[in-house]
Every structure is written in structure tokens, then in C-alpha cells.
Write a protein that binds this ligand. Structure first.
Ligand code: C5P
Length: 399
């Protein structure tokens, strides 16, 4: 189960089950998601905003008209930020409001303002759950595409026995993870290269670049969520590697080349995101170089081109490459795709605020049949979109 890098708004409404939201927020964070908590007035009668703030590591959003919160992350920004709005517990009143499209507090307003999926974990007395109006609201919500998680049948806080118990955190987590899963790459094996390489100059110095590995790992994660078996061959990066990805760390371009050539026969799709050093120092000094001369010359020699080596194989996988340029982006990317025999290339213009080492990216995706310019978005959003595009083109090519 993984919710790696998913942005979740956790809505809490007035129900005794609100005490379980404390455990739920921890489970969501442990699964890799970033959580912002929104509490209704009645939720605060059952659990304090301070508890939820401490557990989520962010201030709790409580009021639609809170000047400070609106200045920091307003309700519309929060609605856009979310990958999912999860309301747990969702009271009968909350279900009624949402079914009727009301927007009379922050949480219901967010639900109307978001395009993200919405999931509810209802919690209420069994008679309230069985009431014809609640059933009508449930049906209306399901028609709107809202996901209902539970409730369970069992003993209730009020002493009744029946349907209306909120699902346990682990079960909510499992169902929420399943909402994000697709089968776009199910059964396929994806190899991803990520991060920079280091080319040693002497025992203490090396040549590298600004690549962080964020785009490569975001794509690896998105491929995993889409059902692929993923192997990452990464250069030196400072990223926490999720346990569900099989990662192989290398240092130099030649090591990355050899690792890719060893694994490539077992992959259907290669996504070459790594910013591989094009040159290495011909003769690495065995001892630290001292600053004796005013000018120091290093003789560099070309590294193997990994993507091109794979492109030259008689039985090659579907190849996706990246091209980062400071000028003539599209023309160079088109040419690169053809020269390296790639199926698709993702082109991005160099900018200090976008792309290499940053959180966001703005790219044009080029294949033989299509050229699509995408707007600026986070690397995780982009990764999900790219995986859809890759799966689509892969299917067309192999049909
Ligand atoms: O030629 P350029 O370095 O701009 O090409 C970028 C693309 O080629 C990326 O997909 C990158 O991962 C890949 N590449 C490679 N081996 C190299 C250089 C680049 O696989 N030595």
C-alpha cells in the first residue's frame, strides 16, 4: 500500500468516531501522503484541532472566513492542491449537505470547489444509517461519483448493534490506495534511470550536474501505481527510496550504462530520466590535485550514451527519453528522439525555477504521431500524466 506523495485533505465531521481520525492521519502520513486536516465545528467537540495539528504537522483548517488561513492557503487553493478529499468520519449531516450540494462551511465548500475525487467513511448510529433519507443521500452521492468506504456492521458507541461503524484506519488506507491504482501498465516491467552521475576528477572531487532524481522517482512511483513492476537505476540522489521499488544505486555514467544493459532484456519500457554525464575525466588522479599551477586542464572523454545504446538493440523496449535544452528546445528534442531511436521524448527548456532540481516542470511531449505542450505542474502530477501518455502510446505500438 502506497500513497507516496499524494496530497490528501482529511475532513473530520461531528461523530464520536472522530477520535479514530488521529490514528488515521498517522497511517496516511506513514503511507507517504501529505495531509491537511479540515474540521467542522461539531468535529471539534470530539477531538481538538491541536491534536490534529500535531499529528498532521500542519495548522488545521477550520473556518471558511479565517483571514490568516485564507492568506496562507485559501479554500480554493486547498481544493486545487488536493489529490483526494477524504472525509472520515462523515456524519449523516455531512452526507446530506454534500448530496444536496450545499456549501455552508469550509469542508462542504471544498467538496464543491475541487475536481479531485472525494471519499467518505460514514460513521453514525445504525438507525440514522438505515433511515430512508440517508439511503437517498448515499445513492445521490454515489451518482455524483463520491466513493463510500464502509460503514461496518457491529457494536456502536451508543450501545446499539448494526451498520454505521466507521472502518478501521488500516481498511480506509487500503481502500484509499486502491482509488489511486490503475491497471494502465499492469503486467509490464518498467526500467527507470534517475538522478545525476558523478565523474571523479581525483579522490575528493567530481563532475556532476543539478539533477535531483525527483522526476525519475516520481515516474517510477507513478508506474508502480499503474501496476508495473519497476526497477530504478539511480545515480547519487538524496531521495528516500520507497521499499516497494527495486532500486540499484550507481555512481558513474559507465556504471549506469552497464546496469541498464544488464537489466534491459527484462523490461518492456525504459524511461531514461537520468541526467547522465556526457564526459568523464580521462585519467583520474590517484591523489588529491593541489593548486600549484594557475591553470588546470582536464582531458575529458565521451561517456557511452545509455538511451542510444538501448535504442540500437535489435530487440529494444519502448524507450522514453528526456531532453533539457537552453535553446532550440523542440527542434533539438525532435532530432534527439530520432537519433537515439526513442519512441517518445519529454522536452523541457532549462529554467532556474522549473525543471532540473525543482519541484515543478513544464514540458512538451514528442512522439512520432503527437506533440503535446503541457502546462506547468508538479513533478508528481506530471509523472501521472506522462504514465497515461506512455501507456497509451505503448498500447498503440504493441497492438
Ligand atoms: O543528449 P542528451 O543528454 O540531451 O539526451 C538526454 C536523454 O538521453 C535523456 O533521456 C538521458 O537520460 C539520456 N542519456 C543517456 N546517456 C547519456 C546521455 C543522455 O541515456 N550518456
Amino acid at each position: 500500500m502506497s500513497l507516496m506523495n499524494k496530497r490528501i485533505v482529511l475532513g473530520i465531521t461531528g461523530s464520536i468516531a472522530a477520535y479514530k481520525s488521529a490514528d488515521l492521519v498517522r497511517c496516511l502520513i506513514d503511507a507517504g501522503s501529505d495531509v491537511r486536516v479540515v474540521m467542522t465545528e461539531n468535529a471539534k467537540r470530539f477531538i481538538t484541532p491541536l491534536t490534529m495539528q500535531a499529528l498532521s504537522h500542519h495548522p488545521v483548517h477550520e473556518d471558511l472566513f479565517d483571514v490568516h488561513m485564507e492568506a496562507a492557503m485559501g479554500h480554493i487553493s486547498l481544493a486545487k492542491w488536493a489529490d483526494l478529499i477524504l472525509i472520515a468520519p462523515a456524519s449523516a449531516d455531512c452526507m446530506a449537505s454534500l448530496a444536496e450540494g450545499r456549501a455552508d462551511d469550509l469542508l462542504t465548500t471544498l467538496c464543491l470547489a475541487t475536481t479531485a475525487p472525494i471519499a467518505l467513511a460514514p460513521a453514525m448510529n445504525q438507525a440514522m444509517w438505515r433511515h430512508a433519507m440517508t439511503s437517498a443521500h448515499r445513492i445521490a452521492l454515489e451518482k455524483q461519483g463520491v466513493h463510500l468506504l464502509g460503514p461496518l456492521h457491529g457494536s456502536q458507541a451508543c450501545g446499539d448493534v448494526g451498520p454505521g461503524r466507521m472502518l478501521e484506519s488500516r481498511d480506509i488506507l487500503e481502500k484509499v490506495s486502491a482509488l489511486f491504482e490503475t491497471s494502465l501498465l499492469s503486467g509490464l516491467r518498467v526500467l527507470v534511470t534517475a538522478g545525476p552521475t558523478h565523474e571523479a576528477i581525483d579522490p575528493v572531487r567530481y563532475i556532476t550536474n543539478a539533477s535531483s532524481g525527483k522526476m525519475g522517482f516520481a515516474l517510477a512511483e507513478a508506474a508502480h501505481v499503474a501496476g508495473a513492476t519497476v526497477t530504478v537505476i539511480n545515480g547519487p540522489v538524496h531521495i528516500k527510496k520507497p521499499a516497494h521499488l527495486s532500486c540499484l544505486s550507481v555512481l558513474t555514467a559507465r556504471e549506469m550504462h552497464d546496469a541498464v544493459m544488464t537489466h534491459v532484456a527484462d523490461c518492456d519500457i525504459l524511461i531514461a530520466v537520468a541526467a547522465v554525464g556526457d564526459y568523464r575525466v580521462e585519467t583520474i588522479a590517484t591523489q588529491k590535485i593541489h593548486k600549484e599551477s594557475v591553470v588546470l586542464s582536464l582531458q575529458l572523454t565521451r561517456n557511452p550514451d545509455i538511451a542510444a545504446s538501448v535504442g540500437a538493440l535489435p530487440e529494444k523496449p519502448f524507450i522514453v527519453g528526456f531532453a533539457m535544452e537552453t535553446e532550440n528546445l523542440i527542434a533539438r528534442a525532435r532530432l534527439k528522439r530520432i537519433q537515439k531511436k526513442m519512441d517518445m521524448i519529454v522536452a523541457n527548456l532549462f529554467s532556474p525555477s522549473c525543471g532540473m532540481g525543482c519541484e515543478d516542470n513544464e514540458v512538451t511531449v514528442i512522439s512520432e504521431a503527437n506533440e503535446v505542450a503541457l502546462p506547468n505542474m508538479t513533478k508528481h502530477q506530471l509523472a501521472r500524466l506522462l504514465i497515461e501518455m506512455i501507456a497509451n502510446e505503448y498500447r498503440i505500438k504493441n497492438s
